[in-house]
Design a protein around this ligand. Structure first.
Ligand SMILES: *Cc1c(COP(=O)(O)O)cnc(C)c1O
Length: 468
């Protein structure tokens, strides 16, 4: 399997190069050249596999020229061994033909662990084979940072530096990052806000000499390996909900479009999907697109579902590429227009294809709180703010109630205790593996909001660690 860029002019790459490259050189995103196929008979057989067996089955065709089945099996087993539920992704029945897939049993209690726990290990595997080392830098407003740190901790070939705005992330979120005391993890509490963190990281990447010197990389959500790891739980839950004998629907609380895109990939590979429903908070750029056919960027609003507070959905480009029959010229036109004017339109054919498979619904903070309260009252089941939006969108937009719908629960309610308590009256408890989080020692470095200070700190640290 080779990979091509959505923009059509970057070189074709093998899986390991795609993994380490991230964004393609032409500004596009890497996609597999073709989709591996599973027939209905294959799917029926896959029903009996454990989560990790299924993961190997689904991912192997994407990596087999570079990673052997044995190595992939070992990586997958290690990745999901730390999850605190034997099913890895347990499915709970909420109502008639309505299921919740709990994607929050990983170390940081959010679905990003599915991809990032895998990514950290596959990175390490490929780096070891090449005898290479990597420095990862990222900015976080909370969630992604902890998932990335947990993913990279104790990996021999990786040093990770995560910047968060000092005093401006919640205590749970800060502690999930700063209580990881591994020698290769470096938390920086930067003076300033999230944008200052992000701008500093961007400046590090733009400093080409520095970037090459330390082999700088990111773990952002456009990395193909992240999407690939997420495809597995669409098969897993789809098969449990009744596929291949029946079609299934999925409802996904959506920000960067990485999660739902994995579902679209599963469909391309043969899973019978009747409908995708996406839920958004007040940052509803995608919902407006489905309604109008015009992608128009606005400012970002802070909501009670912060992991979906986005301005643009970077992974949407991959779906658009498919909707456009992989026509890179048409895609380039749209992307150029977005860069110049902050907006683009697509053809009627493309918007019709989109509408045939996808619906969307938005919920403001008040609507989200109402959903949490309602579901708790009727089912005694506590949803977090993001997951509630998924369930709400399913209930608002299901086309056919005889088709089972799987709603992705993307975070544990204890990750957002204040909003959940306010909505339900119940204080969500942290699971046992994190119950002493508030007593653990923290380790981080306070730095002024200056590029030179951060760059200097990274250089000094790498030298001390014998990595430079
Ligand atoms: C990241 C995240 C989302 C959004 O997922 P995308 O892949 O960006 O669409 C939703 N919920 C939670 C809890 C998240 O952390």
């Amino acid at each position: 399997m080779k990979y091509i860029s959505t923009r059509g002019s970057a070189p074709k790459l093998a899986f390991d190069d795609v993994l380490l490259t991230g964004l393609a050189r032409d500004g596009g995103l890497y996609m597999p050249e073709s989709w591996p196929q599973f027939s209905a008979a294959d799917l029926a057989e896959m029903k009996t596999l454990s989560y990790t067996e299924l993961a190997v089955k689904v991912m192997l065709p994407f990596v087999e020229e570079v990673v052997s089945k044995e190595d992939l099996t070992a990586i997958v087993n290690e990745t999901y061994a730390d999850f605190d539920h034997e099913d890895v992704a347990p499915m709970v029945k909420l109502g008639e033909n309505e299921y919740v897939l709990e994607l929050f049993h990983g170390p940081t209690l959010a679905f990003k662990d599915f991809a990032l726990q895998f990514l950290g290990r596959i990175f390490d595997h490929v780096l070891t084979k090449r005898g290479a080392k990597l420095t990862i830098a990222g900015a976080t407003s909370g969630d992604t940072g902890s998932a990335a740190i947990e993913a990279c901790r104790d990996r021999d070939n990786i040093e990770i530096f995560i910047l968060h705005p000092s005093g401006k992330v919640s205590e749970v979120q800060r502690r999930q990052m700063t209580t990881v005391l591994s020698d290769n993890v470096h938390n920086i509490a930067l003076e300033g806000n999230f944008d200052d963190c992000q701008n500093t990281v961007k400046a590090l990447f733009n400093d080409e000499a520095f970037r090459d010197q330390v082999n700088l990389s990111a773990v952002n959500s456009i990395n193909w390996a992240r999407i690939m790891a997420q495809v597995v739980y669409y098969f897993w839950s789809g098969l449990r909900a009744g596929a291949p004998e029946t079609e299934v629907a999925f409802s996904v609380p959506t920000g960067n479009f990485g999660n739902v895109l994995a579902g679209i990939v599963a469909m391309k590979m043969g899973l019978p999907v009747n409908q995708f429903i996406i839920g958004s908070n007040a940052n509803d750029i995608l919902i407006r697109f489905i309604e109008s056919g015009a992608m128009e960027s606005k400012g970002v609003m802070a909501t009670t579902s912060p992991s979906m507070d986005i301005q643009i959905s970077s992974n949407f480009e991959r779906f658009l590429f498919e909707l456009m029959d992989r026509d890179s010229d048409a895609l380039n036109k749209a992307m150029d227009s977005f860069k110049e004017n902050g907006s683009y339109d697509v053809s009627d054919t493309v918007i019709q294809r989109l509408k045939d498979i996808m619906d969307g619904e938005r919920f403001d903070d008040e609507g989200t709180a109402k959903l949490i309260g309602e579901v708790y009252k009727e089912s005694n089941y506590l949803l977090d703010t993001h997951s509630a939006i998924g369930v709400g969108a399913a209930r608002a937009k299901r086309k056919d109630k005889s088709i089972p719908v799987v709603c992705m629960a993307t975070a544990h309610p204890a990750k957002f205790p204040d909003a959940v308590k306010a909505a339900s009256g119940v204080h969500p408890e942290l699971p046992s593996h994190l119950s002493d989080l508030y007593e653990r020692d923290e380790q981080y470095t306070e730095l002024p909001g200056s590029f030179d200070a951060v760059k200097g700190y990274i250089e000094t640290t790498l030298k001390e660690r014998g990595k430079l």
